[in-house]
Ligand binder design. Structure first.
Ligand code: CTP
Length: 400
């Protein structure tokens, strides 16, 4: 599967740089064309000669070469994947901030290829909020992170921060370079919670963070799809996605309706308000006027409207946030809204759904197939959702 693929292997300045040599050797053994790039820091830990000898071409370290005036764009454009082993806190911070300070950070900004980073550092650094914040930003942009292991660190102490084993790194490269099963398809994802105005300063909102929708967008992009996100939140945009920013259910309805005819797959991950104030008050409601009576009316059910007008070949996915009777409620929504798949979660469980980085779901398909995904990160949930979508579409294709 890896044979003939082109991987830029970035090595940064951490003690685990010596393990990048083993990763390089295994990639070359698997038939990968490995293009090695080292930072100045990496050269304190391993020699260029070692990596040049084992990789598919000599190590590059500088933007200023005699042979190519713009090495970073060529390296970035030609790569099937960029792999950073190890990724130091400095590299992670620079990449999250969009800084281009050397050849490797330039390559990272000048690529549309998927990026896999393998952090390795001392536990204190790994757990530092700044490092974790930068990693969260990168994940939301679609970067794959191979989490470090727990074990013996360079100083002899034990803790989390040890570079993942080469097997785990290779498995992630294989997975990311795996089939681009959404290639040529347009995926529309809604994300976040709608905000319905009460007056000039107040809204009816909900606790949706948009993280699950963005994770689905990032996963769809990595599988070759063209992706549009209709969003109420300002999360980092996965590289290559187009975002339409909305606030209310009505705005979301208009934006999705404009995209729906051209969409092969629509995933309604947004938490759309079911009710909104009949009319928003001009200006601010003052408390001297007493307790306001806010009269509500139903919002348009975007998903039900999509289900009722679904073009042939389109796959429609809804979400169901429940606190009881998960399966029965999900099945009822699936049929009522004429969906192909519903992703149901019990948001009363710890770590599940709104605001969390994790989720646990039951996937209920119109063809009767039901599966569960235990508590995991939202990217893994996104993978399972799109695996189900592909299974449904393949079934449809073979049936048609
Ligand atoms: N949804 C929508 N438009 C609405 C409300 C919900 O498109 N006005 C979509 C959500 O994006 C989500 C699914 O419908 O994919 C969730 O439906 P939900 O609001 O739970 O359905 P209800 O039928 O309102 O169910 P409940 O009984 O839980 O209120």
């Amino acid at each position: 599967m890896l044979s003939g693929r082109r991987v830029v292997l970035g090595v940064t300045g951490g003690i685990a740089a010596y393990k990048a040599v083993e990763v390089c050797r295994r990639l070359v053994d698997a038939g990968v064309h490995v293009v090695p790039v080292m930072t100045a820091g990496a050269e304190h830990f391993i020699g260029r000669t070692t990596l040049s000898a084992l990789a598919s071409e000599p190590v590059q370290t500088s933007l200023w070469t005699e042979t190519s005036p713009i090495p970073h764009t060529l390296l970035g454009q030609q790569a099937d994947l960029i792999l950073i082993v190890p990724a130091t806190a400095r590299l992670i911070g620079a990449y999250a901030a969009g800084l281009s300070t050397d050849l490797l950070t330039n390559v990272l900004l000048a690529t549309r290829a998927p990026v896999v980073i393998c952090p390795a550092m001392h536990t204190e650094m790994w757990e530092h909020p700044a490092v974790q914040h930068n990693l969260a930003t990168l994940r939301q942009r679609g970067v794959y992170v191979v989490e470090p292991d727990e074990g013996r660190l360079a100083g002899g102490d034990i803790g989390r921060g040890r570079l993942a084993a080469p097997e785990r790194i290779l498995a992630e490269v294989e997975r990311v370079l795996g089939p681009r099963d959404l290639s040529g398809l347009h995926v529309v994802v809604s994300a976040g919670g709608t905000r319905e105005p009460i007056d000039a300063v107040r809204v009816i909102a909900n606790r949706s963070s948009g993280k699950q929708g963005y994770a689905i967008a990032a996963e769809a992009l990595s599988r070759g799809a063209t992706v549009s996100i209709v969003s109420t939140v300002d999360l980092p945009v996965p590289c290559g996605a187009v975002v339409v920013r909305v606030d209310t259910a009505a705005q979301m309805h208009t934006a999705i309706a404009a995209l729906a005819d051209d969409a092969d797959i629509i995933v309604m991950a947004a938490a759309v308000a079911d009710f909104r104030p009949v009319a928003a008050v001009d200006g601010k409601i003052k408390k001297e006027a007493g307790v306001p009576q806010i009269v509500l009316e139903p919002t348009p059910d975007i998903l039900a409207a999509l289900g009722a007008n679904k073009p042939a070949g389109q796959t429609l996915v809804g979400f169901a946030a429940e606190t009881s009777d998960l399966l029965a409620n999900a099945q009822s929504k699936l049929h009522r809204k004429q969906l192909d798949l519903i992703v149901a979660n019990d948001v009363s469980l710890p770590g599940v759904g709104f605001e969390h980085d994790t989720n646990a779901v039951t996937l209920v398909c119109a063809d009767g197939h039901v599966s569960t995904v235990a508590l995991t990160d939202k990217r893994a949930i996104a993978r399972a959702v799109l695996d189900s979508v592909c299974r449904i579409r393949t079934g449809n294709d073979s049936a048609g």
